[in-house]
Write a new protein. Structure first.
Length: 125
């Protein structure tokens, strides 16, 4: 699988904080928790099942989970089927299929609106 870099935006950093907070600052694959995962820690990632290049699901909470660096690399590159199975179990078959549809729709980029929505999401965790 070829992974291409998508430029990170301020909204990406804000959304990553939301996802990692929502998931209790733990890797959802292995359950690891580390003090290094807090706020500025580099060990816990916001993993997008459908990559950030899919603008319509870039900030979709159903599309993202917290993964440690090891599982993020493993599921993104070598064990994509494990990631898919996890997401189907998490969202249910219908929820996963709906996410797939959303991922393949187009959306105009709107960082201002996305930032407002993400800030509201952060208030819920």
């Amino acid at each position: 699988m070829s992974i291409f870099k998508v430029r990170l935006r301020a909204t990406d950093r804000l959304f990553s904080k939301y996802i990692r907070s929502r998931d209790g600052w733990a890797c959802l694959a292995c359950g690891s928790r580390s003090k290094d995962y807090r706020e500025d820690g580099q060990g816990l990632h916001c993993s997008h099942f459908w990559g950030r290049g899919h603008e319509n699901t870039r900030f979709d909470p159903d599309n993202c989970i917290s993964l440690c660096a090891y599982h993020h690399r493993l599921w993104a590159e070598e064990e994509r089927d494990c990631y898919k199975d996890f997401m189907i179990k998490r969202l249910g078959r219908i929820g996963f299929d709906l996410l797939d549809v959303r991922a393949h729709l187009t959306k105009k980029r709107d960082d201002k609106l996305d930032a407002i929505i993400i800030r509201e999401l952060l208030k819920t965790v």
